[in-house]
Design a protein around this ligand. Structure first.
Ligand SMILES: [Zn+2]
Ligand SMILES: [Zn+2]
Length: 375
């Protein structure tokens, strides 16, 4: 039996169908089963994947308990949970790490086969611990962080130092870490290299930060919002391009800035805008260019020319920037706790959980990077 077998009734944000406005509801949160933990959320934030799934996605089942970024405290644990206990501060994750499967031991990928990214929005036994008005709620991946309580398998949670800044912990639970990991783990950016980052939201700023840590010397950020220039520079960007200022395609503008005008060594597509995958490809060097696609997709992929790939470039997609949910994210959490990243620069807006509707307006403001949800 779980350490608390009572059903908890609390507030949570529910999306009843794609394209419908979200509502604040009373939800019921069942106790955790044997390998699960129930988490009292302390702080959450908004990632573009949440917005895309609220707008409607064929991948998602509704009704949906929204949110996948956040940090909380373990309220109760199932009887088989060994690695976590009541009162631990945890970041819920959307991939796990068994350290035993073929992928985990390969050292080549973070995509654990035992605890995978799930799109059905259910627990590992294909049921849900969350319900509202008698209806089963689905999660975004394995999480439902815009709720006062949620249940997650203990393998999808990372214990962190309780003194960690809660908003910053929320930022590293998805967006920022995805970018940082893409430069660190997925691209393995080499010292002295050149980098282009398309889109300077939290993911792009994370990619800049990761590229700088790896020793990249020329880091060009591309964003149509001039207010992102200052943010990019704080994280380590050396050059900025606003593609709105020119008739030339962004890839050409990146090339113009590069040594010998032959492009960059690495590019990171952080926007999810389909045609920018091709721009990211074209911006890199023939023969050696490496492109990492990490933006949450907004539309079907557009075809790109054979030539871009045949000319020796490598195109790679990544979930969570190639970060292992335990061994790598714990290193980032440690750096976050020691305030090695200027994550306060991401914190531009906040709302109370009950005022979640205001958050969608705040996201449209040009100076908005992250909206924190106080729970
Ligand atoms: Zn594994
Ligand atoms: Zn996310």
């Amino acid at each position: 039996m779980a350490s608390n077998s009572q059903v908890i009734t609390c507030k949570g944000v529910v999306c009843w169908g794609g394209g419908e406005p979200v509502t604040i509801e009373e939800i019921q949160v069942d106790p955790p089963k044997a390998t699960e933990i129930r988490v009292r959320m302390l702080c959450s934030s908004i990632c573009h994947t949440d917005i895309k799934r609220i707008r409607g996605s064929p991948l998602v089942k509704y009704p949906l308990a929204v949110g996948h970024e956040g940090v909380g405290v373990v309220e109760s644990v199932g009887e088989e949970v060994k690695n976590l206990k009541e009162g631990d501060t945890v970041i819920p994750t959307f991939i796990g790490e068994c350290k035993q499967c073929e992928n985990c031991i390969s050292g080549k990928t973070n995509l654990c086969l035992t605890y995978p990214l799930t799109n059905n929005g259910l627990m590992r036994d294909n049921t849900s611990r969350l319900s509202c008005k008698g209806k089963k709620l689905h999660h975004i991946f394995s999480c439902a962080t815009w709720s006062e309580y949620m249940v997650v398998d203990a393998n999808y949670a990372l214990k962190v130092d309780p003194s960690i800044d809660l908003a910053h912990a929320s930022f590293i639970s998805c967006g920022f870490s995805t970018g940082y990991g893409a430069a660190w783990k997925e691209a393995k950016v080499e010292s002295g290299s050149s980098v282009a980052v398309f889109g300077l939201g939290a993911v792009g700023l994370g990619a800049i930060s990761g590229a700088k840590m790896m020793g990249a010397t020329k880091i060009t950020g591309i964003d149509k919002n001039d207010m992102k220039r200052e943010k990019g520079e704080i994280f380590g960007m050396t050059h900025f391009i606003n593609p709105g200022d020119s008739d030339m395609p962004p890839s050409k503008l990146v090339k113009e800035l590069s040594d010998g005008k032959i492009g960059v060594d690495y590019s990171f597509e952080c926007t999810g805008i389909s045609h920018l995958i091709n721009e990211s490809l074209q911006a890199t060097k023939v023969g050696t260019g490496k492109i990492i696609v990490i933006g949450a997709p907004t539309e079907p992929i557009e075809p790109f020319g054979f030539g871009s790939i045949l000319q020796g470039r490598t195109l790679k997609g990544s979930v969570f920037g190639g970060l292992k949910a335990n061994s790598d994210l714990s290193i980032i959490a440690d750096k976050c706790q020691k305030r090695e990243f200027p994550l306060e620069e991401l914190y531009t807006h906040e709302v109370q959980l009950a005022d979640i509707h205001q958050a969608f307006e705040l996201l449209k403001q040009p100076n908005c990077v992250k909206v924190v949800i106080k729970i």
